[in-house]
Ligand binder design. Structure first.
Ligand SMILES: NC(=O)c1ccc[n+]([C@@H]2O[C@H](COP(=O)([O-])OP(=O)(O)OC[C@H]3O[C@@H](n4cnc5c(N)ncnc54)[C@H](O)[C@@H]3O)[C@@H](O)[C@H]2O)c1
Length: 272
């Protein structure tokens, strides 16, 4: 394939579906990609938010479409992709961005229950695998497609639990705060799922890559913000729009020779 250099990052009229599209980062991706002319399918378990975001952007002339999806439910995932196929006659890019935080999510490891572990794995990993399956079946019909799975630094290196020293645990007030095991193992699985699919769909013109973000500032506890920022080489947490560039790169032909890769954008957190 020969790239047209002037259009390397072009996503105009690309059909891009985002699962987990209304949260802190998902809504950034929706706004950014739709502002570049992409057709953005806003998928989330919170349909009210999907609808509000879509209505707001469509009024500004953007092309978005809200669809309810619960990615812990197989039928819902199947229905999500089916609706996209019906409405848009196919899909170009799927971004798996949802994360699940059920009751007990922030429990200390010693008290972590099977029910919570199972729920998190269901949403963060099993649901993502099924969404990849459904999207890839569509891509096989059309002959091409791109998947971006969102992992986390805590899926490639261990969470530095020292960063949470002195941070109040509002969920379990009698316990020290810690980053949960369910999050770490589900996000590590996402990196491997990505490599697996890149190899499985070899020579099928389906590219599957990972984005690994570091921590985004979201009015965090001051102690945590200070400790986390020190741990990055850049000395700060990310702003919420600082992953847009990597997402665009992965969605567009600029990454045409990349598959099975994991782009780490973490201000240097994982290099030390
Ligand atoms: N924010 C960070 O600092 C950070 C750091 C590293 C990685 N990440 C990863 O980036 C992604 C986005 O993070 P965020 O901070 O925007 O998260 P967020 O919690 O703000 O958003 C997650 C979205 O997923 C949706 N969701 C929850 N359960 C769902 C379900 N069952 N089906 C469909 N959607 C569901 C939520 O409604 C929400 O819109 C996540 O995968 C997260 O793990 C975030």
């Amino acid at each position: 394939m020969k790239n047209n250099y002037s259009n390397l990052f072009n996503v105009e009229n690309k059909r891009i579906a985002i699962i987990g599209a209304t949260g802190l980062l998902g809504s950034q991706y929706v706004e950014y990609l739709s502002s570049l002319g992409a057709i953005v399918i806003i998928g989330d378990v919170d349909f009210q938010k999907c609808k509000e975001l879509s209505d707001k952007l469509n009024k500004e002339g953007k092309k978005t479409y809200p669809i309810w999806i619960d990615n812990t439910e197989e039928e819902s995932i199947v229905a999500f992709i089916e609706e996209i196929e019906k409405k848009y006659n196919g899909l170009d890019v799927l971004i798996n961005n949802a994360q699940i935080k059920p009751e007990g999510f922030y429990a200390p490891f010693e008290k972590y229950t099977k029910a919570t572990l199972t729920k998190v794995l269901d949403g963060n990993l099993v649901g993502v695998s099924l969404a990849c399956r459904e999207a890839c079946n569509l891509f096989l019909k059309s002959g091409s497609g791109v998947i971006i799975n969102v992992a986390s630094t805590y899926g490639i290196v261990a969470a530095d639990q020292r960063l949470y020293d002195g941070v109040k645990n509002i969920y379990f007030p009698d316990e020290k705060f810690s980053s949960p095991v369910s999050y770490a193992i589900s996000k590590a699985g996402i990196v491997q799922l990505t490599k697996y699919l890149a190899s499985y769909f070899r020579e099928k013109n389906i590219r599957v890559n990972c984005l690994t973000p570091g921590g985004v500032f979201d009015n965090h506890d001051e102690t945590f913000n200070k400790q986390y920022s020190y741990r990055t080489t850049m000395g700060r947490m990310a702003e919420r729009d600082e992953y847009n560039g990597a997402i665009l790169y992965l969605c567009s032909d600029a990454s045409s020779y990349m598959t099975g890769a994991n782009i780490v954008v973490d201000g240097g957190w994982s290099v030390i």
